[in-house]
Design a protein around this ligand. Structure first.
Ligand code: 3PY
Ligand code: MG
Length: 235
């Protein structure tokens, strides 16, 4: 989702997808918008995920405290950046997340000691691989203890692969790079995720081992739905 609305989040959570991701990097969603959206998504019984603005160590704990189940952090280019991300997202001994998220604690239905021992398993953290630098370091990044998954941003990846020449989400170079990411994820027991955005991309990425997708963006779904309706009415 890119549109900041708790009401819309409840509707999107009822669509036939497995969860809802709030895009706080490129979407128009700030933290005070995200709080009621996460609550609405969880109330429907779906997991809420957050794509954070940047690899700021303050963000994962805040998102998990608000009830998010996963944080996807953009532009992770080095092992050190991946370690910083895990440190921010996981309680000791895996990391250094700070205690105090009563919203998540109460929503979990767990006692504090149970939440502490379960939280690192219940909250997932993904490193976005979306630059040439990240690709060169992908083996080291994927081996970061505590990381749950890799998530490819095919647009930024193809922009950096072509040195700014263009966006080519299904180009030969992009697919070859994504095969490397999928192999690194598999080798380390991580989820291999990617921004799909449409059926064609999702199918192509499934063929090379990806299993977790940002399927489509809310504004695209609106545009496609309106265009399909308009076309069906043309005589
Ligand atoms: C990318 O393709 O670069 C993304 O970050 C998808 O949102
Ligand atoms: Mg990107």
């Amino acid at each position: 989702m890119s549109i900041p609305s708790g009401e819309l989040a409840a509707q999107v959570a009822r669509l036939p997808f497995d969860g809802v991701c709030l895009d706080m990097q490129h979407g128009m969603i700030g933290f005070s918008d995200a709080v009621p959206m996460i609550a609405a998504i969880n109330a429907v019984g779906r997991p809420a995920m957050v794509r954070s603005l940047w690899n700021d160590p303050a963000i994962p704990g805040q998102a998990f405290d608000a009830g998010a189940s996963a944080v996807i952090s953009p532009m992770i280019n080095t092992r050190a950046q991946a370690e910083l991300l895990v440190r921010a997202a996981k309680y000791p001994p895996m990391g250094a997340r700070s205690w105090g998220g009563y919203t998540a604690l109460q929503a979990s239905g767990l006692k504090p000691a149970e939440y502490l021992s379960e939280a690192n398993r219940l909250t997932m953290v993904f490193a976005m691989i979306e630059t040439v630098e990240a690709l060169a370091n992908v083996e080291e990044i994927a081996a970061t203890p505590g990381l749950d998954g890799l998530f490819v941003g095919p647009s930024d990846l193809s922009i950096t692969l072509s040195n700014g020449a263009g966006i080519d989400k299904l180009g030969t170079q992009t697919i070859a790079a994504m095969e490397k990411v999928s192999a690194a994820a598999k080798k380390n027991g991580l989820v291999a995720g990617a921004f799909g955005g449409n059926a064609e991309s999702i199918k192509a990425y499934q063929k090379i081992g990806f299993t977790f997708f940002a399927a489509a963006v809310d504004v695209d779904l609106l545009q496609w739905g309106a265009a399909a309706l308009r076309k069906s009415l043309e005589v």
